[in-house]
Design a protein around this ligand. Structure first.
Ligand code: FES
Ligand code: FES
Length: 162
């Protein structure tokens, strides 16, 4: 039998308390609480549209039982930047033509973010491996790989300047 539970999380550096069905996925809980930037593509772990950073690692949020990650630190694409103040990764995706319908983009950007934090200068193979779980039906992937290279350059430039 399902039951409602309340658990606490940190989402985009804000403390949050959510009440949800004990069997709900983190994707469901986030979307039900307004974090609709986390996209729902398949709910079976196959498309990567729902990738978030959970406790420092990229995960498919549809495959995570929210209750099992109580107290977790969550970052969604909204924490990185927005149209008025884009993160270098968001700029790179826009400038490289790696965004078409945009449905896959939040997940692509979060997987890229996780990659570039641990590997600031990835090669093509490393990019393909890191974004392996992020499907895109529009771009053919070439522009996404170009975008990740550009994002890496922009992020290195920012870190050289600071
Ligand atoms: S919605 Fe989670 S992997 Fe597709
Ligand atoms: S831009 Fe449309 S699914 Fe990737």
């Amino acid at each position: 039998m399902n039951s409602l539970i309340t658990r606490e999380y940190t989402v985009n550096n804000c403390h949050k308390s959510f009440t949800f069905d004990s069997r709900a996925s983190l994707l469901r809980v986030l979307r039900d609480n307004g974090y609709t930037e986390v996209h729902n593509g398949c709910e079976t772990g196959d498309c990567g549209a729902c990738v978030i950073i959970l406790n420092g690692k990229p995960v498919n949020s549809c495959m995570v039982i929210a209750a099992s990650e109580a107290g977790g630190e969550i970052i969604t694409v909204k924490a990185l930047g927005d149209v008025h103040n884009p993160h270098p990764i968001q700029r790179a995706f826009a400038e490289s033509g790696a965004v078409q319908c945009g449905f896959c983009t939040p997940g692509q950007i979060m997987s890229t973010y996780a990659l570039l934090l641990k590997n600031p200068e990835p090669d093509d193979d490393e990019i393909k491996k890191a974004l392996d779980g992020n499907l895109c039906r529009c771009t053919g992937y070439k522009k996404i790989i170009e975008a990740v290279h550009l994002a890496a350059q922009l992020m290195r430039r920012v870190s050289d300047e600071t």
